[in-house]
Design a protein around this ligand. Structure first.
Ligand code: SAH
Ligand code: SF4
Length: 441
């Protein structure tokens, strides 16, 4: 979502003559867009700021001016602290106020005196009603924010505090943006939200639509080949969304975080469901789309986690059999209820559990990639690979696929026969000269 937000900041600033550059040296403004989800986020911001500061000094010596801003969730959570500790930072703004960027900049550059400002309000109006249309293309693979914030208050998580309460955009606004993205070359759109399947936006019929219905509307857009969404919550997987997974444009890969396989820990996390509910949801989804591949997020060593709790997580992983998954050691976040919990897990035990879980996940990931060998699948070629003549893209199952091929295949969907599976990628051979997207045109 930060990638999407940064893109939208570009859209707002373009009419004022700002363009993005690849390097901060000499820039008129540097915006550091930050994430607060896990440990050391603030430290990272200060070390990054320390690198940018000499560039600002240099520009001033040359008679110019470089504005430095900190945006995103670290700004939201620690805005005042950043201003105090880093006096060379000109302004700070949270994720819900970036539509006010032109005003914030005007305020800084026009008036006299000290105009440094922290803008971490949660305005009553939505930024989406004020953002201009997208400027330029996101390429074949586009992000689209449809929902933001969260009302679930898992005990470990900062999102409800930094992104604010749950908000859904209107269906019309989303569909219009999706059409423009497709007109500008997108073949795949990934719908974004902190809790994306809690989406409940107003439809053109005045009724509230869920994510399933929204996906069906977006799937009707000509020229759009692939839809994904992230990140979803097991409790918000309603029947309509589950059925929508049978739609050929909705890709057969779903990131569905569960965090833990232990009912006791799920309760302490305030996830408000049991591990078996997750198993049932997965089963229903697999009925709707038999080849659906899953990934998840796991937190190990949450306060009070016993060996037995951890074993429940391992068992859940064995039961589901993931195509990939992310796992993290629990990291106490200031201001969250879990940060006050006393029964912390010893770091050596946490490390050992994380290694065991990652070992199991890696095995499953390798097995998944090896099972693909012999299959032919459409791959969206997105970039050059690391080796000479190599191109790289994504399979429907979100695998990273490497092929040898002519650069003209870039930004198209080609059929690839998978020849080898590795831990983090697969390789294959192009089977058709004509690309699917060209064939349709
Ligand atoms: N809304 C999603 C997750 C958003 S946060 C959900 O409910 O599942 C992304 C991931 O970061 C989480 O799934 C979790 O695994 C991890 N995470 C969040 N807070 C964390 C913390 N305090 N310590 C460790 N991992 C955390
Ligand atoms: Fe955080 Fe996700 Fe829980 Fe919301 S549902 S509080 S975003 S982990």
């Amino acid at each position: 979502m930060n990638v999407y937000d940064s893109k939208r900041m570009e859209d707002i600033l373009a009419p004022f003559g700002y363009k993005t550059t690849d390097a901060p040296e000499g820039a008129d403004m540097v915006i550091l867009n930050t994430c607060h989800i896990r440990e050391k986020a603030t430290d990272k911001v200060f070390s990054e700021l320390g690198r940018i500061r000499p560039l600002k000094d240099k520009k001033a010596e040359q008679g110019g001016q470089m504005l430095i801003a900190v945006a995103g969730c670290v700004a939201q959570a620690e805005g005042d602290f950043i201003m105090e500790r880093a006096p060379y930072v000109d302004f700070v703004f949270g994720p819900q106020t970036y539509h006010e960027l032109p005003e914030m900049i005007a305020n800084l550059t026009n008036a006299y005196g000290d105009n440094r400002r922290v803008n971490t309000e949660f305005p009553s109006e939505s930024k989406f009603d004020f953002l201009p249309e997208e400027h330029g293309s996101q390429g074949v693979n586009a992000f689209l924010s449809i929902q933001e914030g969260c009302d679930k208050f898992c005990t470990f998580c900062v999102v409800p505090y930094t992104r604010g309460s749950e908000y859904s955009r209107t269906v019309q606004g989303i569909v219009d943006e999706a059409k423009r993205l497709v007109d500008n070359g997108a073949l795949e759109i990934c719908l974004l939200g902190q809790n994306v399947n809690a989406f409940h936006g107003e439809g053109p019929d005045g009724k509230i639509w869920g994510l399933g219905r929204l996906i069906q509307a977006i799937a009707d857009i000509d020229g759009l080949e692939r839809i994904r969404y992230t990140t979803s919550h097991p409790r918000d997987m309603d029947d309509e969304l589950i059925e929508t997974h049978a739609h050929p444009k909705l890709m057969p890969f779903l990131h569905l975080p569960v965090q833990s396989g232990s009912d006791r820990i799920l309760k302490a996390m305030n996830r408000k469901h049991k591990a078996d509910l997750y198993r049932e949801v997965i089963e229903k989804l697999r009925k709707s789309r038999p080849d659906l591949a899953f990934s998840s997020d796991f937190i190990v060593a949450f306060p009070g986690e016993t060996e037995e709790d951890f074993e429940d997580t391992m068992q859940l992983v064995r039961d589901v059999n993931y195509a990939s998954a992310y796992s993290f050691k629990y990291s106490p976040r200031p201001g969250t209820p879990a940060a006050n919990m006393q029964n912390l897990i010893r770091p050596d035990i946490a490390d050992e559990r994380l290694a065991r879980l990652q070992g199991l996940i890696n095995e499953q990931q390798l097995a998944f990639n090896q099972q693909s060998v012999g299959l032919t699948m459409p791959v969206l070629i997105e970039r050059k690979g690391k080796r000479e003549g190599q191109l790289s893209g994504r399979s429907p199952y979100f695998q990273s696929v490497n092929i040898q091929g002519n650069e003209r295949l870039m930004d198209t969907i080609v059929n690839v026969k998978i020849t080898e599976g590795f831990a983090n990628s697969v390789t294959g051979d192009v089977v058709l000269q004509e690309t699917i997207s060209e064939a349709k045109a």
